[in-house]
Design a protein around this ligand. Structure first.
Ligand SMILES: Cc1cc2nc3c(=O)[nH]c(=O)nc-3n(C[C@H](O)[C@H](O)[C@H](O)COP(=O)(O)O)c2cc1C
Length: 171
């Protein structure tokens, strides 16, 4: 798919078929994640690939929606703030969340390109995620997404017009 088509085609999929995701397709998605740019190339992230089969109940304690556990896989993207780049010279801003978000974006776009659905999930219960997935204290779960074959059709995208989003030369 060319890039212009891909960015308009990707949408938040909130209905999934139970069909498994082929290993080659999952690998392709993980390789796209690996190629994501990160500040100072620190790659301060970890992905947890979770098979939903038999774990639906506990996964729903993390995010309680049917569609979250309908597909075969859920991915949890975690950041490692102790390993990420910080803007030390100025304000020490830590870029771990930015890096991990770019990784998730690569995942969602690569998945869409090969016919798979994803949906960013930020509204999950972080305590439940930590407990169920054994995430250590120094690691932060940033986003989840289901991964599977869509069982719905894309909606038309609602976006603000560019005039509301872009300024030129100054604020
Ligand atoms: C950081 C982030 C967090 C999000 N969290 C959720 C969520 O918890 N639940 C959900 O249903 N959608 C979530 N979304 C999906 C957005 O609602 C969706 O991307 C937006 O409405 C645009 O629709 P589209 O992805 O179909 O283009 C999230 C998206 C982003 C980028």
């Amino acid at each position: 798919m060319d890039f212009e088509k891909l960015v308009t085609h990707r949408y938040s999929t909130r209905s999934y078929k139970p069909d498994p995701v082929e290993e080659e397709k999952l690998n392709k998605i993980l390789e796209a994640a690996q190629m994501a740019p990160t500040a100072a190339n620190r790659q301060p992230f970890q992905l947890i690939i979770i098979h939903t089969e038999g774990r639906q109940e506990e996964l729903r304690r993390i995010y309680n929606k049917d569609w979250f556990v309908e597909g075969p896989l859920v991915i949890c993207a975690c950041s490692l703030p102790q390993k990420s780049w910080e803007r030390r010279k100025y304000d020490s801003k830590n870029y771990a969340i930015v890096d991990t978000s770019i990784v998730v974006d690569h995942i969602t776009l690569q998945a869409a390109d090969i016919g798979l659905g994803t949906c960013w999930v930020g509204d999950f219960n972080p305590d439940a995620a930590r407990k169920i997935l054994h995430i250590p204290d120094e690691v932060n779960p940033i986003a989840f997404t289901p991964l599977g074959y869509p069982n719905d059709t894309p909606r038309t995208k609602k976006r603000k017009p560019l005039e509301e989003l872009v300024r030129y030369e100054r604020w």
